[in-house]
Write a protein that binds this ligand. Structure first.
Ligand code: NAD
Ligand code: MG
Length: 337
């Protein structure tokens, strides 16, 4: 397979955003980072929040014009929808759609609502994605320090003929061309993001930790030791792999650990898990997962709340709370590990 093209600083044309009126809707993780970086970069930005939002004073402190979602959407030509994915479709229908006209651009940081048809922009509107591959705090810290985090860009609708250039210029304005910008589609970003969080990052990881913990506890070992082995040390290993890949991680562990890795790892996560991964991916691609989650999150969310309560009540959580309370570097105000 050929290597993916990586866009860098010299590929972007900042002029494409020069006169644009930009609205950033939401001032959470992504919104606060995007709005501050665009504002500090001299662009014409306003933030749209709902009435009574607790983020209002933070926007004011940053010196960025603040208004309602409705007013921000009316004023702007480029609207960055950085609201929680579960509220985007409703807010779009009620407060954004009435103001969408030819020549406007809708920008997302994740493709879910557009890809699954929950948000459909009118014909004359450009629909683009700029998805930084980091939480907002890190995005802001890196970009304002003269670096950047990688980002994905995509174009779903290109009415103007400049949608791609605008997405790249926006990625540039939030520092991401310094780290590299990759081209994707709304389908690819959404499906790989959902798969990653379900099979590997969130679902896969928590299930692995809980099953390992339960296996040791059921066999009569102390839950405290099981916690250290199956959860606490996860960070050390993940940090090594993050920095230097799997081989780099394996260079840092003992030969015994490395040998066990090769002979036992595939027995735990093997053919059965692989089959489940294929099923999960198929449900993501067919829209079955999205349909179920939309019904759940737009309904009474009773199953979601029940599963959340179950997770919080797990023994690994009780044991961990007690052990972590003695780890000074994890306490509020303490130094980050
Ligand atoms: P967030 O929950 O941190 O912030 C959402 C903001 O929207 C908050 O300011 C909240 O007050 C506001 N809000 C909530 N409901 C609202 C409503 N009804 N009307 C107006 N404002 C409302 O969300 P986030 O994590 O920044 O996610 C925003 C988008 O960025 C999502 O599409 C997400 O998938 C994407 N994204 C997030 C990350 C991440 O690491 N957090 C990374 C890449 C992409
Ligand atoms: Mg994600």
């Amino acid at each position: 397979m050929s290597e993916a093209r990586i866009w860098t600083e010299t590929d972007a044309d900042p002029q494409l955003l020069a006169g644009a009126k930009i609205a950033v809707l939401g001032y959470g993780s992504q919104g606060s980072a995007h709005a501050r970086l665009l504002h500090e970069g001299g662009l014409d930005v306003r933030v749209g929040l709902r009435a009574g939002s607790s983020s209002a004073r933070l926007v004011e402190r940053a010196g960025i014009p603040l208004m309602s979602v409705n007013d921000a959407a009316r004023e702007a030509d480029l609207i960055a929808v950085l609201l929680p994915d579960t509220v985007q479709a409703r807010v779009y229908r009620e407060e954004i759609e009435p103001h969408m006209g030819s020549g406007d651009t809708l920008l997302f940081a994740h493709g879910f609502n557009v890809h699954y048809g929950e948000i459909r922009a009118p014909e004359g509107v450009d629909v683009i994605m700029v998805a930084p591959k980091s939480p907002g705090a890190m995005l802001y810290r890196e970009a304002s320090g003269g670096n950047g985090v990688p980002a994905l860009i995509a174009v779903d609708q290109d009415a103007s003929g400049t949608a791609h250039g605008v997405a790249l210029a926006y990625a540039h304005a939030i520092g991401s061309t310094r780290a590299g910008v990759l081209e994707t589609t709304f389908a690819e970003e959404t499906e790989t993001d959902l798969f990653g969080e379900q099979a590997v990052l969130c679902g896969g990881l928590t299930a692995l930790i809980q099953n390992g913990f339960e296996t040791l506890v059921e066999a009569g070992y102390q839950p405290e030791l099981a916690y250290f082995e199956c959860l606490h040390e996860m960070k050390l290993i993940v940090d090594l792999a993050y920095k230097a890949g799997l081989s780099g991680m394996r260079r840092e562990i003992s030969d015994t650990a490395e040998w066990g890795d090769y002979v036992s790892g595939p027995r735990v996560v093997g053919a059965h898990s692989r089959e489940a991964m294929h099923e999960i991916l198929a449900e993501i691609r067919s829209g079955e997962f999205a349909k179920r989650w939309i019904e759940e999150s737009q309904g009474d969310a009773s199953e979601f709340r029940c599963l959340r309560a179950e997770g919080r009540a797990h023994q690994v959580e009780r044991v961990g709370k007690r052990l972590r309370s003695r780890m000074s570097w994890l306490q509020e105000g303490g130094r980050e590990a």
